[in-house]
Design a protein around this ligand. Sequence first.
Ligand code: 1PR
Length: 556
Amino acid sequence: NGGDNVVTLLDYGAGNVRSVRNAIRKLGYDIKDVQKPEDILNAERLIFPGVGAFAAAMDFLNRNGMAEALCTYIENDRPFLGICLGLQLLFESSEEKGLVKGLGLIPGVIGRFDSSTGFRVPHIGWNALQIRKDAGILDDVCGQHVYFVHSYRAMPSDTNKEWISSTCDYGDNFIASIRRGNVHAVQFHPEKSGVYKFFSSGKVARMGGQILEMNHSDVGLSIVGQFLHSKPYKTASKGKASRLAKRVIACLDVRTNDKGDLVVTKGDQYDVREHTKENEVRNLGKPVELAGEYYKDGADEVTFLNITGFRDFPLGDLPMLQVLRYTSENVFVPLTVGGGIRDFTDGNGRHYTSLEVASEYFRSGADKVSIGSDAVYAAEAYLRTGVKSGKSSLEQISRVYGNQAVVVSIDPRRVYIKNPEDADFKTVKVTNPGPNGEEYAWYQCTVNGGREGRPIGAYELAKAVEELGAGEILLNCIDCDGQGKGFDIDLIQLVSDAVTIPVIASSGAGAVEHFSEVCKKTNASAALAAGIFHRKEIPIHSVKEHMLKEGIEVRM
Ligand code: 1PR
């Protein structure tokens, strides 16, 4: 079956498996893709990175005879590593879409996290594990943060406790990994947990710096195996019922400059042009290079925003797809891409759906897509009619790829008012009064990169897009963008208290204290920044060291 160096991969094409592929190759293994059930039965070692929805995955496995082959393979205790849905499918059934039968190898029903407990759903980010037993591959991971992204989870019970190797707290104490003999499965994403260090010699280093020879007898589990050899790290905990870390995200606004090169740029209140005679687009570096630097410096995620996507067609923008492909070869944390996700008819009259645009981004290495302008129109239509059409880009993409894969990016501008009754939208009493002593403000949503104000507030938009299927909100603020004076705490409080999905605070970071402030004063799940990192003012690891000192849970 191709020898010791081959890993068999079961990829049924429903999402981004590029990072798993890239990680396997980095570790010096070749990949054999499963084409037919016999490929599973003949595998030396099998990795199953489940993506997409439970019902669609089971349907695929049943239709192709792969469900039976998988059961035989696992019952024979053959080396297996399931990731995410690759863990859930081993259970009896899932409540994801009604009750759908799984492979039935492990007792238990996969259920949804309960958002009424105050924990945001999806569970997105870096959380710590509690090791229950000798997990083989988890030996050194105790206390480490690993990357999760899911809305459904398996729960421990008397009938499945033999299988459980680790659990994790997120409201519930759910099953984070299982192990029996050579069979392993993890709910988290080792390929996105980014603790690999690679050397050109083909050797792999532990986090502690010690170099390991590649050990091919690691039976295909070297991805997790190496990952888990990192040193236990003690983090401060607030003693809450979860150790989900606050994420620090590096954002790269990307566009083509006047010479035709794709560059990372950065605006002041969304104006990205230099105020010189030439009026050129500010150029802060190359996207792939910068993303790689931020990954090495400890970024928990990297976000690319194609800021002229609203007027250019992103699939015509092949460099952006190349940027994703190249970045995902070396950056093993989640990648988000936004800009221009909507239905589009090109110059030749060919119609592309937003789903096709998003699919191309996922295939190129994105884990999440971010929708800006099109989500504003969808929310407006929903609030006007009270009907979910099911046809918006937001609804279509989250239906196929799951809501954890869809971020809505909001670009609001502060509108000061004297009396709260002066606005049709939710207002806040502002911390700092406006230029004419106004004590209140509402936050007007915009489209087309802040160029056009719309009749909808950030609060109303956030609630509407949550209902339409958004899994996360990227909350910018045009007033604060590029100013370095801190996040708009009033706005972030307003929105993060209005929804139960995670909110990423963005715009205005200029000092390490701004990150701890937004984590302490609001319910934001992550803080995103751009200029402070591009201008090399403060490295990402210094931001995280500061947060840790302030008692905030972070992934180091
Ligand atoms: O409307 O779906 O095509 O998406 C367009 C996307 O591009 C949106 O997510 C929108 O936020 C973004 N965008 C459009 N124009 C600009 C611009 O700057 N002219 N950038 C733009 C938005 C804002 C942040 C920035 C933070 C942090 N960038 O993402 O990175 O404000 O900056 P800071 O730390 O330096 O303060 P569509």
